[in-house]
Design a protein around this ligand. Structure first.
Ligand code: NAP
Length: 407
């Protein structure tokens, strides 16, 4: 494949250096992916052109994954795709199909693990006008940092009655005193200090850099003491060691500050997963940055997205210290493939995050404002239109055009 015209994004002394014509690989995605990609790339290119008068431009480079890759190369995730994401450091990705119960492993999980994209970052913020089941969705302004490489998502599991499952159960029952039914399927949930610390560190740094007031560690440590409970303990120890000036724990808040958070400090607290699901609904203003292990984070991301209009409106990114892949939160919605029907906002808001990551804040602001104005004018795709009075329902491509008209 010939090298595209453009330059690589690099890292210099821990800082991202972004040229005026950065090469950014993209994965179109399966199902609704191509419709979303067309709308999103159009709106992003227009926002960049308008913000910088042609001085800056993204040089998109398509890389293959999923069904398109399989048709073209016989592989679901060609090595070249992973190499390109590694080399160019920033990527945009559409949704990819994962069969349930068998077949290939999730490509999304494979990409995250192969590139060690250890944090899945999902901001959840309300855009005025979007239909929401909440009475006060404007109170929701949270950002989830979900650990991305460990937990039951590590993919270490064996089918019921398979030889490895039988051997493992034998070992556990005979040597470690467990009483597991020999016919069980079995999975392993690793959670390490290293994995927990780098995720929680990132969440705390984000809170410091963005003037947030609290970081909540959400876990199920009352039941899974040595995995999820350890996640919480590692977090408190890390904050004490690395952020003693900026962060105070909830215990210190009441012992030393009479329950009132001093100006400029960040509160580090922890909540058990089940009650968190209730409290984010009933008292959303008590949550700001949330750090959690992998599975909890997966559930919470979609539940919170529902509060602000559903997965069609929820952006996300998967990041390591040097690589960032931005992606829609929803899946491939195959029944809507190629109908030019679905909502491109999730991928577009992911592109807003991507532009912020590049430091191209003028373009990201233009894109976000155009979306807010378009939705504010009740020009929306089917998913929002069916919940709104007086909406004008438009196709995916028309939504992008309506945004560009407002830039
Ligand atoms: P899904 O593709 O997210 O679709 C579920 C429903 O969500 C759709 O039927 C639709 O609701 C709504 N929806 C999703 N995207 C939308 C959009 N852009 N605009 C408007 N509505 C949207 O979830 P799924 O059916 O569980 O999964 C399908 C495939 O996607 C599976 O193979 C799964 O593994 C994969 N997946 C991939 C990713 C990823 O690549 N990151 C994430 C999740 C799932 P209505 O039917 O009500 O209109």
């Amino acid at each position: 494949m010939p090298e595209p015209q453009g330059e690589k994004i690099t890292y210099e002394r821990g800082q991202l250096r972004v040229p005026d014509h950065p090469i950014i690989p993209y994965i179109e995605g399966d199902g609704i992916g191509p419709d979303l990609w067309r709308a999103t790339s159009y709106a992003v290119n227009q926002a960049v052109a308008k913000a910088y008068g042609g001085q800056r431009q993204i040089v998109w480079q398509e890389v293959l994954a999923g069904e398109k890759a399989f048709k073209a190369t016989g592989e679901w995730l060609p090595a070249h795709t992973l190499e390109a994401l590694k080399m160019y450091r920033v990527g945009l990705k559409g949704p990819l199909t994962t069969p349930i119960g068998g077949g290939i492993r999730s490509l999304n999980v494979t990409i995250r693990q192969a590139l060690d994209l250890y944090a899945c970052v999902r901001p959840v913020r309300y855009i005025p006008g979007v239909p929401s089941p909440m009475r006060h969705p404007e109170k929701v302004d949270m950002i989830i940092f979900r650990e991305n490489t460990e937990d039951v998502y590590a993919g270490i599991e064996w089918a019921a009655n398979s030889e490895p499952a039988r051997q493992l159960i034998d070992f556990l029952n005979n040597h470690l005193g467990t009483r597991i039914d020999p016919s069980a399927g079995i999975g392993i949930k690793p959670i390490t200090r290293f994995g927990s610390e780098r995720l929680i560190r990132r969440a705390i740094r984000y809170a410091i850099d963005h003037g947030r007031r609290s970081v909540t560690m959400m876990h199920k440590g009352n039941i899974m003491k040595f995995t999820e409970g350890a996640f919480r303990d590692y977090g408190y120890a890390l904050a004490e060691r690395e952020f003693p000036e900026q962060v105070i724990s909830e215990t210190a808040l009441y012992d030393r500050y009479d329950g009132r958070l001093p100006e400029g400090k960040i509160l580090l607290k922890d909540r058990i997963a089940d009650i968190t699901f209730q409290q984010v609904l009933l008292r959303p203003t008590e949550f700001d940055v949330i750090a959690c292990p992998n599975l909890n984070g997966d559930y919470l991301s979609d539940a919170l997205a529902a509060q602000v209009g559903g997965v069609g409106m929820a952006p996300g990114s998967n990041i390591s210290d040097e690589i960032a892949v931005f992606e829609a939160t929803h899946g491939t919605a195959p029944k809507y493939a190629n109908l030019d029907k679905v909502n491109p906002s999730s991928l577009m808001l992911s592109a807003v995050m991507m532009l912020d990551h590049l430091g191209w804040s003028e373009a990201s602001a233009l894109l976000l404002t155009a979306m807010e104005q378009t939705i504010g004018a009740r020009v929306v795709t089917y998913d929002l239109a069916r919940q709104m009075d007086g909406a004008k329902e438009v196709k995916t491509s028309q939504f992008a055009e309506a945004m560009v008209e407002r830039m």
